[in-house]
Design a binder for this molecule. Structure first.
Ligand SMILES: NC(=O)c1ccc[n+]([C@@H]2O[C@H](COP(=O)([O-])OP(=O)(O)OC[C@H]3O[C@@H](n4cnc5c(N)ncnc54)[C@H](O)[C@@H]3O)[C@@H](O)[C@H]2O)c1
Length: 316
């Protein structure tokens, strides 16, 4: 990556995002409320890198790469002046975001793409503070940014597709996987994460199972599949007719909460039942199904080996 990047807000997320881009070879400016805070956070990121190397999490030489590529800017304006790509990661407070984005967009080059790492604020609500908002979008890293591979890209209605492509290629060049989603509350990541958490919390509240037992079920059953397959791949492999039947059962107790989604009903009505019919949500070609099942089985066995090697999380 031969790009100039600026990260504004060099705290927990901004620091991790800066490490990601700098390790990938970009020159990355850190800006914060003052030069002193940016300097302090730069020193923290270098110390953190040493600890990560010692634990085998960053490659040998990472700290030298970060020392070469990261710099603490004296101001937001100085950080963004030459940047091709800017990521804003200041606190999740609308006024602070607005003031910061306004300063960033006034000082950045006109062709610089500006991303916000907001988790919950609508991108359109942030875009009002951006001068030339067609170059602005959400670029949502997950925590901890150096180690979680996926990033949501969230254009607002007025974002130029060229800006989305610049963000996509820049983030992809850092080694992350991207997915582009619409600007709706919760985007995709938090809407799904909170849907699961919401049901889990209700189950615990109703005394159906303890938080410990619910966590055990999630991570050792359906959650065990999730690093390999998202919900649509899982449903296609299980059979969409099976899913439709499960919905009917759930509706006997929860008629509203588990109304059969129309997108599922339509596929079942059309006889598209997933991998067993060669068509479903993902249209896996019939001839690749044996290969897919072999991959699945191998993946689950290797996943269990990894978990055995790691041992249980130190939660108690
Ligand atoms: N922490 C998470 O798990 C997580 C995950 C995804 C997204 N996010 C989002 O990332 C953003 C940052 O969150 P965080 O957890 O890194 O917060 P944080 O408090 O660790 O970092 C925020 C940084 O912004 C700096 N800052 C405050 N006001 C500023 C200003 N006016 N100008 C420049 N810098 C300023 C602070 O000094 C601090 O260094 C938020 O929008 C948050 O919603 C957080």
């Amino acid at each position: 990556m031969a790009q100039q990047i600026a990260v504004v807000g060099s705290g927990y997320m901004g620091g991790g995002i800066a490490q990601v881009f700098a390790l990938a070879g970009a020159r990355v400016a850190l800006a914060d409320v003052s030069a002193e805070v940016a300097e302090r956070n730069l020193a923290r990121l270098l110390d953190e890198s040493e600890a990560y190397i010692a634990d085998g999490l960053f490659p040998a030489g990472a700290t030298e790469t970060l020392r070469e590529n990261l710099w603490a800017a004296p101001s937001i304006e100085a950080a963004v002046a030459d940047a091709d790509f800017v990521v804003e990661a200041v606190p999740e407070v609308l006024d602070i975001k607005h003031a910061t984005l306004s300063r960033i967009s006034a000082a950045a080059r006109r062709d610089a793409v500006i991303g916000s790492n907001t988790s919950t604020i609508s991108i359109a609500a942030l875009a009002v503070a951006v001068d030339a908002p067609e170059r602005f979008l959400g670029v949502h890293f997950a925590n901890p940014a150096p180690f979680i591979p996926g990033v949501e890209l969230i254009p607002h209605a007025g974002t130029d597709p060229a800006a989305v492509e610049t963000a996509r290629s820049t983030v992809a060049a850092s080694g992350k996987q991207t997915a582009t989603v619409k600007d709706v509350t919760g985007f995709v990541m938090n809407r799904l994460q909170y849907a699961l958490f919401h049901e889990a919390a209700l189950l615990a509240e109703e005394g159906i199972a303890s938080p410990e037992d619910i966590d055990t079920i999630v991570r050792s059953t359906f959650g065990f599949r999730l690093p390999l397959f998202g919900p649509f791949a899982v449903a296609d492999m299980a059979g969409l007719d099976v899913y439709a039947f499960c919905y009917q059962q759930l509706q006997t107790t929860f008629p509203e909460r588990f109304k059969t989604p129309r997108i599922l009903e339509d596929l079942v009505t059309a006889g598209k039942l997933g991998t067993k019919t060669g068509a479903g949500f993902l249209n896996v070609p019939a001839e690749r199904v044996p290969e897919l099942l072999a991959y699945r089985n191998k993946a689950y066995v290797m996943m269990q080996r990894l978990l055995d090697e790691l041992g249980p999380a130190p939660l108690n």
